[in-house]
Design a protein around this ligand. Structure first.
Ligand code: SF4
Length: 249
């Protein structure tokens, strides 16, 4: 259990970060969460928190990690309750009944999820081959070494991210939600999913030309991603016009 001092310190720090004049509100909602590579890290509350607030490494088996997460949840809940109170809403006395939205997993989401899980296993299974390839590139072609490593990192980073964002994009809104806001959010989530698909396709295109041993596997992944991309374009024809705060301003 986190101490009151820890919770208050965390809340103070988050409020201080959020109050900085350079912060772009909402930028973290439609990004790819790759903070290490993000050009806007110094203008994003989530990005700054990642680097300025110390916490244990992400390790599901580590008790300290869960203790930290519990403190973060507690502090976040308190900040939401405080904001609600400022608006005259007492969350503990709220009588609103929440209806669990029904989510029908679309074919795009199912395909993306199965693609992501298969890809993670494939990356693990072929780790040794990738190390060997890296060594060969490091002796023969520095530029290709960088592109190869980058391609592997890209497909890994977006492996499960794509299905998560499709899930959010296809969530049925709550009956009492504002329809326009929901459509806005759906399109934003669809756009970042589509960006992740395009980047993964580019990475696989490079791998297709440089991983002849695994050509068939790579083709399979390319086919899956292309299928998901087609479905998303059909379902969200306006998604690419969505303006992501910061990134598309
Ligand atoms: S906007 Fe950039 S810094 Fe902020 S959460 Fe997204 S990737 Fe990280």
């Amino acid at each position: 259990m986190a101490s009151r001092k820890e919770i208050n310190q965390y809340k103070r720090k988050i409020k201080e970060i959020a109050g900085r004049s350079t912060i772009i509100p909402g930028i973290h909602n439609y990004c790819d969460r790759w903070c290490e590579r993000c050009a806007f890290v110094s203008r994003c509350t989530v990005g700054i928190s990642e680097f300025e607030i110390e916490g244990p490494d992400l390790d599901m088996k580590n008790e300290a990690f869960w203790k930290h997460m519990s403190m973060v949840f507690q502090a976040t809940y308190e900040m939401i309750a405080e904001s609600a109170q400022e608006m005259g809403i007492n969350l503990s006395e709220s009588s609103i009944e929440y209806e669990q939205p029904v989510h029908h997993e679309s074919t795009a989401e199912k395909t993306a999820k199965s693609y992501g899980l298969r890809l993670l296993k494939w990356l693990e299974k072929n780790e040794e081959l990738f190390v060997q390839k890296t060594e060969v590139f490091s002796m023969t072609n520095e530029e290709q070494l960088v592109t190869f490593k980058d391609a592997i990192e890209v497909i890994q980073w977006y492996s499960l991210f794509i299905s998560v964002k499709i899930h959010r994009a296809t969530l049925t809104p709550y009956a009492f939600d504002d329809e326009e806001t929901d459509r806005y959010d759906n399109n934003g989530s669809a756009k970042i999913a589509m960006i992740a698909i395009s980047r993964s396709l580019e990475a696989f295109a490079f791998l297709y030309n440089h991983l002849h041993e695994l050509e068939d596997d790579v083709l399979g992944f390319l086919a899956d991603l292309s299928k998901v991309q087609r479905m998303m374009k059909r379902k969200f024809p306006d998604a690419m016009n969505f303006k992501r705060p910061g990134f598309d301003d």
